[in-house]
Design a protein around this ligand. Structure first.
Ligand code: C2E
Ligand code: CA
Ligand code: CA
Ligand code: CA
Length: 278
């Protein structure tokens, strides 16, 4: 089935999407891209709000096609989900991400990495074995890997997703709720999920200093996280004033352009070194 969330939040059926020329092209090209090295991962640093210490990074998949140019993950992830390519794509992202962590470790930087999981991956019984295999292959301790899931992806099939999250948790992997605050049942399900972290959606964060309602929402999520013993991350921090306000609220970590843009994996250690010198 092929559904899309319309501007009003209703799920509408769009059969023409399956066979649109753009989509047919993307499926074929994505299948090829998985075998020819066009898929890469960029990393965006994350740091403690209290002292600016970089604790890790989020892995963001990138696809640079020779003719189509850079295709956004917001376009090709849904295509991968519907065409059965999300499994191999997630495996590739995990492999590149854990190789990066191993490289940083041998350069003397003990950093974590966060990888995004899509809805289908939460229904993939092979995922747990794949994660275990890749952690072993790269010799990375399980708690250096965080898997980010959205409320929407969990809610597509809650019983199955919760069971899978528990299996991942048993491996020692950290779990995070991405885009927190944008779903419908955040509070009740947060209690049932074996997660260690929530990421406040950037729609509440980016304009924080100009919007009193966003301040109230963010403050509430930070307090909720503290009471539940969860780490709270703010994403989309673009300005110093936002950083300072979040720090004063007691939010734990921040990610966003103010700290650093997503960058190729090989640029992270040089970037860390220029920060240390500054
Ligand atoms: P997300 O997980 O919410 O990732 C954060 C997005 O915000 C990224 O967009 C990032 O580049 C962008 N961003 C970071 N800091 C700032 C900021 O300060 N201001 C603004 N305006 N934007 C910022 P990107 O890389 O285009 O990724 C879009 C979405 O695609 C991600 O949203 C995630 O849902 C999905 N995605 C990316 N990589 C993967 C992947 O490997 N697997 C899966 N399943 N999904 C992925
Ligand atoms: Ca994310
Ligand atoms: Ca997010
Ligand atoms: Ca988002």
């Amino acid at each position: 089935h092929d559904a899309k969330v319309s501007a009003k939040g209703l799920r509408i059926y769009e059969p023409e999407l399956e066979t649109s020329p753009r989509r047919v092209t993307l499926v074929a090209e994505l299948r090829a891209a998985l075998n020819n090295g066009e898929i890469a991962v960029h990393v965006q640093p994350k740091a403690g709000l209290a002292d600016g210490t970089v604790t890790g990074a989020e892995a963001l998949v990138r696809w640079e096609h020779p003719e189509l140019g850079r295709v956004s993950p917001d376009e090709f992830i849904p295509v991968a989900e519907r065409s059965g390519l999300i499994g191999p794509l997630t495996t590739r992202v995990l492999d590149l991400s854990l190789a990066a962590v191993a490289g940083w470790r041998s350069a003397g930087h003990d950093l974590g990495i966060a990888v995004n999981l899509s809805t289908r991956s939460l229904h993939d019984a092979d995922l747990v074995d794949e994660v275990a295999r890749l952690l072993r292959r790269h010799d990375v301790p399980a708690d250096r890997l965080t898997l980010e899931v959205t409320e929407g992806s969990v809610m597509a099939d809650p019983a199955r997703a919760v069971a899978l999250l528990h299996q991942l948790r048993d491996l020692g992997v950290r779990l995070s709720v991405d885009d927190f605050g944008t779903g419908y049942s955040s509070l009740s399900y947060l209690k049932r999920l074996p997660v260690q972290e929530v990421k406040i959606d950037r729609s509440f964060v980016t304009g924080l200093t100009e919007d009193g309602e966003d301040v109230a929402i963010v403050r509430t999520i930070v307090d909720l996280g503290r009471h539940l013993g969860l780490q709270v991350v703010a994403e989309g921090v673009e300005e110093r004033s936002t950083w300072e306000l979040l720090a004063s609220m007691g939010c734990d970590l921040a990610q966003g352009w103010y700290l650093g843009r997503p960058m190729p994996i090989g640029e992270l250690v040089p970037w860390l070194r220029t920060r240390e010198r500054a």
